[in-house]
Design a protein around this ligand. Structure first.
Ligand SMILES: [Zn+2]
Length: 411
C-alpha cells in the first residue's frame, strides 16, 4: 500500500503581535551567527564546496547558538541549526553554478517556522512559546476559513513580519477513491480518460496568451533597458499584468476540471520531464507549455481538497509508446499508436492517458474498469464489444467516446 498521504491547506492571517517581531529579530540574528560559524569551516576543492559535517561541529555550534539565543526557548536553537544548514546548502548550489560570491549568505527578512514542540493548539487558536513562560497566541476563530479546517490538524505555523501562515493537514483517505481520471499533458491540450470517455481540453488559448506575452515582454525589456530610470518599474508593472492574466486562465481551467471531476483522483504525469526537454531542440514553445502545465498542477493540488479531489503524479516513462492492453512497447512515436502485437490502435495522446491511468491503478493492484489488461497477446475487446466476425473496432469505438473543451468557452 502507498504511504500515508496528507491533504494540506494553508491560510495566512495578518500578524498583529508586536512580540513576534522581537522573536523574528532574535531568530534571524541567531541564524546569521550560525551561518557565519559554519561558513568559517567550509572547504572549497576544485570549485566544489564541502560543508562541515553536522555531527562534527554540532556541539560547538549548539553552544555558540545557545549563547546568542537571547533567551529564546531552546527548541528554537535546534530549528535554527537545521535552517542554517539548509540555507548554506542552497548557497553552496548557487556558488557552484557561479551565481553567488564566496561569502556567508546574510539572512535579512526573517521568518520562523514554529516546531510542534513550541506550539500548543487550544481550540481554534495556537499558543506559541517564545521564551520559557512567554507566549504569543494566534486565533483562527471566526476567520473565513475556520469552517474549512474543522477537524484538521495544525502543523508548523510560519511567522513572518506581516503575516502568519497556518498550515493544516488531514489524512487523505487511503481507500481507493471510486473514480479516477488520467490526463496526458501535451503541447496544446490535456487529453484525458475517465474510465468511460475521452476528453480533450484545449490549452491553445492559454499557450498563445503566454506566447504573445513572452514576445511583448522581450519588447518591453528592450525599452526598459534603454530607459534607465523607470525601466525597472515598467518591467515590474508589465510582469505583474502578465502573471495576472495567465493566473486567471489557469484558475478558470482548474476550477472547470475540478467541477467536472469532483470527488475524483486526478492523475497526471510527473511534470519534471527535464530529460525530455534537455536536448538541443528545446524550443520556446515547449518551455512555455511546461510552465503552463506546472502552474496548472500546482493550482489543482491546492484547490483539490475543496472538491474532494486528489492529485496524483505518476512516472511518465514510455506512457505514449506502450500498449495499454498487452504491454507491447513501440519504438516509434507517430500521431497514432498501433500495437505490433495485439493490434490495438488509438490516438497517441489518448493512448498515453490510458497508460497513465493504468500506472496509477497498478499501485492499488486494480485493473482498469471496462478495460481488461492481459500480458499475453490475446485480443480482448474494449468495453466488451466484439463484432460478429470477430474483428475489433478499437479505433472508432474509442474515438467516438470523445468530448472536446476549449478554455475560452469555460466560464
Ligand atoms: Zn497490444
Amino acid at each position: 500500500m502507498p504511504e500515508k498521504e496528507y491533504i494540506h491547506l494553508t491560510y495566512a492571517i495578518r500578524n498583529e503581535e508586536e512580540r513576534s517581531k522581537e522573536l523574528i529579530r532574535a531568530y534571524v540574528n541567531l541564524l546569521n551567527k550560525g551561518i557565519k560559524y559554519v561558513f568559517s569551516k567550509v572547504n572549497v576543492k576544485n570549485g566544489r564546496v564541502e560543508l562541515p559535517k553536522k555531527k562534527e561541529i554540532y556541539k560547538e555550534l549548539r553552544d555558540l547558538m545557545k549563547e546568542n539565543a537571547q533567551g529564546l526557548a531552546k527548541h528554537y536553537v535546534d530549528q535554527a541549526i537545521h535552517d542554517v544548514y539548509s540555507i548554506l546548502d542552497s548557497w553552496r548550489r548557487r556558488f557552484e553554478k557561479g551565481r553567488s560570491k564566496f561569502k556567508p549568505p546574510l539572512v535579512r527578512k526573517g521568518y520562523v517556522r514554529v516546531k510542534t514542540t513550541l506550539r500548543k493548539v487550544l481550540g481554534k487558536s495556537v499558543r506559541i512559546t517564545v521564551k520559557p513562560h512567554e507566549y504569543i497566541t494566534y486565533s483562527w476563530d471566526r476567520r473565513w476559513f475556520s469552517s474549512r479546517v474543522e477537524g484538521m490538524e495544525l502543523t508548523e505555523p510560519v511567522i513572518k513580519e506581516d503575516k502568519v501562515y497556518l498550515v493544516f493537514r488531514k489524512e487523505s483517505p487511503t481507500t481507493t477513491p471510486p473514480e479516477t481520471v488520467a490526463f496526458d499533458s501535451n503541447l496544446y491540450s490535456l487529453d484525458g480518460y475517465d474510465g468511460e470517455k475521452f476528453i480533450t481540453i484545449s490549452l491553445k488559448q492559454l499557450y498563445s496568451l503566454k506566447y504573445v506575452m513572452q514576445m511583448k515582454r522581450a519588447k518591453v525589456q528592450s525599452v526598459a533597458s534603454r530607459k534607465l530610470k523607470g525601466g525597472k518599474k515598467l518591467m515590474r508593472r508589465y510582469s505583474h499584468r502578465e502573471r495576472n492574466r495567465v493566473n486567471d486562465l489557469v484558475h478558470k481551467l482548474a476550477n472547470f476540471i475540478l467541477e467536472l471531476y469532483n470527488n475524483h483522483v486526478l492523475v497526471f504525469e510527473r511534470l519534471n520531464k527535464e530529460s525530455m526537454f534537455d536536448d538541443a531542440s528545446e524550443s520556446l514553445s515547449r518551455k512555455l507549455s511546461r510552465t503552463v502545465w506546472r502552474k496548472l498542477v500546482v493550482v489543482l493540488k491546492y484547490k483539490a481538497p475543496l472538491y474532494g479531489c486528489r492529485v496524483v503524479e505518476v512516472n511518465p516513462h514510455l506512457t505514449s509508446r506502450s500498449c495499454p492492453r498487452c504491454g507491447w512497447v513501440s519504438r516509434t512515436v507517430g500521431r497514432t499508436f498501433r500495437c505490433g502485437r495485439c493490434g490495438f490502435t488509438l490516438d497517441r495522446q489518448f493512448n498515453a492517458s490510458l497508460n497513465i491511468m493504468r500506472r496509477f491503478l497498478h499501485k492499488f493492484n486494480l485493473r482498469m474498469w471496462r478495460f481488461p489488461h492481459r500480458k499475453v497477446s490475446g485480443v480482448i475487446p474494449l468495453m466488451g464489444v466484439r463484432r460478429m466476425n470477430g474483428s475489433i473496432r478499437d479505433f472508432g469505438e474509442l474515438q467516438g467516446s470523445r468530448i472536446e473543451y476549449k478554455v475560452h468557452e469555460i466560464q
